[in-house]
Design a protein around this ligand. Structure first.
Ligand code: 5GP
Ligand code: ZN
Length: 137
């Protein structure tokens, strides 16, 4: 539990939520302000800020739950597909600094558009990005 973290408070039951699933490691509940009806958040119970902070073991367990909850959402809502989103840090749209996955069911005409603006690499720049990232892997 981290003071003032909304998701820690939901985990602790101090803030109510439309809870779909809970086990020893994670909790899933409906997003209070959904992009599409059925929009669900899957949250590990332990407080970590971003994907880079959670342990590999914690992440593996979480991802298995994310997939199984996504399947149930698709089955329940007859969605044609879903988006899986995960924002890291404010610059990337993370409002709640407690790692979570968004599962957003998608229906024809749901009014959402997750497309982004595309940019172009300059001469040789793609190679530079490739090399710089690759050598750190
Ligand atoms: P983020 O921008 O951090 O990736 O996503 C945070 C999400 O949490 C938002 O979609 C927002 O609607 C949702 N959210 C924020 N506060 C609450 C809350 O108190 N209850 C629930 N169920 N969802 C919340
Ligand atoms: Zn927290």
């Amino acid at each position: 539990m981290t003071e003032d973290c909304i998701f820690c408070k939901i985990v602790e039951g101090k803030i109510p939520s439309a809870k779909l699933y809970e086990d020893g490691d994670c909790i899933a509940f409906l997003d209070i302000s959904p992009a599409v009806k059925g929009h669900t958040l899957v949250v590990p119970k332990k407080h970590h800020e971003t994907l880079l902070d959670i342990t590999e073991e914690g992440l593996k367990a979480l991802m298995i739950k994310v997939r199984s909850i996504a399947k149930s959402i698709v089955d329940a809502t007859s969605a044609e597909g879903f988006n899986l989103l995960q924002n890291n840090k404010k610059i990337a749209g993370q409002m709640i600094p407690h790692i979570h996955f968004h599962i957003i069911p998608r229906y024809p005409g749901d009014g959402q558009d997750f497309s982004w603006k595309h940019v172009k690499y300059g001469e040789g720049e793609m190679e530079e990005y490739k090399n710089s990232i690759k050598k750190r892997l």
